[in-house]
Write a protein that binds this ligand. Structure first.
Ligand code: SAM
Length: 277
């Protein structure tokens, strides 16, 4: 018998792929956690049936959510990840020599456990001595942190359940206060093709707090439409004007200094979404 997994982008369209086997399935206090092995994309982490990451294309997402803000900031020393329990963003952050402390703030400890056990190549950075793991709500942690982080990365699930509050103007106001005086934040902000209103809302909410707000894109085969957006809020540094020597040489498979610059060049329909915020 053949087994197929479908993730619906909406009621009319989805991504379907052939499953080799189910490696784990467990209900945590927050969500149902599953890891499946697929023929095309390797292992996949699913939360409440929604695809979070796959071993075949996770590098695109994790490199782009990390290296764009970290290479924009001239000296990122303290970095926080809100969500990100699979560990991929932490793995990329600790590639930066300047980073002294990387704090992972994940609400669901069982996501971290699942990733350590079934996705070790993604979770590999979690044992680095510079990494601190806090099992708590990212909203509370950010509210309680003032002038603490040089970079804050919001690596959250879609805006449902505990992640709803991570997409609000109020939360981004607390992120602003939790950042140092020249700090930078970035959030994953979904597909501009399927979710233009969410992209606009989030851009407006970040722009309501930060003097510099920029949208950038990456191409992630397993995410709806393949075209994924990230929204960056910066107090001082302009991500499109960084000089060559600020872009540290890193071992990457997607991110390069040229990709950093090109990611901010938006197709006309995305520019239109941004212009009408
Ligand atoms: N790359 C993924 C994506 O965009 O599909 C996100 C990956 S990561 C697994 C998302 C994590 O955010 C989940 O493990 C979830 O438990 C966590 N999360 C959701 N809401 C949170 C909150 N309020 N505080 C901390 N972590 C949260």
């Amino acid at each position: 018998m053949e087994l197929w997994f479908t993730e619906k982008a909406n009621d009319h369209v989805g991504l379907t792929c052939k499953v080799k086997q189910t490696l784990m399935r467990k209900q945590s206090p927050y969500q149902e956690i599953m890891v499946i092995e697929t023929e095309q994309f390797g292992r996949m982490l699913l939360l409440d049936g929604v695809l979070q990451t796959t071993t075949s294309d996770e590098f695109v997402y994790h490199e782009m959510i990390s290296h764009v803000p970290l290479n924009t900031h001239p000296n990122p020393r303290r970095v926080a990840v809100i969500g990100g329990g699979d560990g991929g963003t932490i793995r990329e952050i600790i590639k930066h020599d300047s980073v002294e402390k990387a704090v992972l703030v994940e609400i669901d400890e069982q996501v971290i456990e699942a990733s350590r056990q079934y996705l070790p190549e993604i979770a590999s950075g979690l044992d680095d001595e510079r990494v601190e793991i806090l099992i708590t709500d990212g909203i509370t942690h950010i509210q309680q942190s003032k002038n603490t982080y040089d970079v804050i990365i919001v690596d959250s699930t879609d805006p449902v359940g505990p992640a709803v509050g991570l997409f609000t103007q109020e939360f981004y106001g607390h992120v602003f206060e939790a950042l140092t005086e020249d700090g930078i934040m970035v959030a994953q902000t979904e597909s501009p093709y399927y979710e233009p209103q969410l992209v606009q809302r989030t851009l407006g909410a970040i722009g309501g707090n930060f003097p510099i707000t920029r949208l950038y894109l990456a191409y992630i085969p397993t995410y709806p439409s393949g075209m994924w957006s990230f929204t960056l809020g910066s107090k001082t540094w302009e991500p499109q004007e960084i000089s060559g020597d600020r872009k540290q040489a890193l071992q990457t498979r997607y991110y390069t200094p040229a990709v950093h610059a090109a990611a901010f060049c938006l197709p006309a329909f995305v520019e239109e979404i941004v212009a009408t915020v």
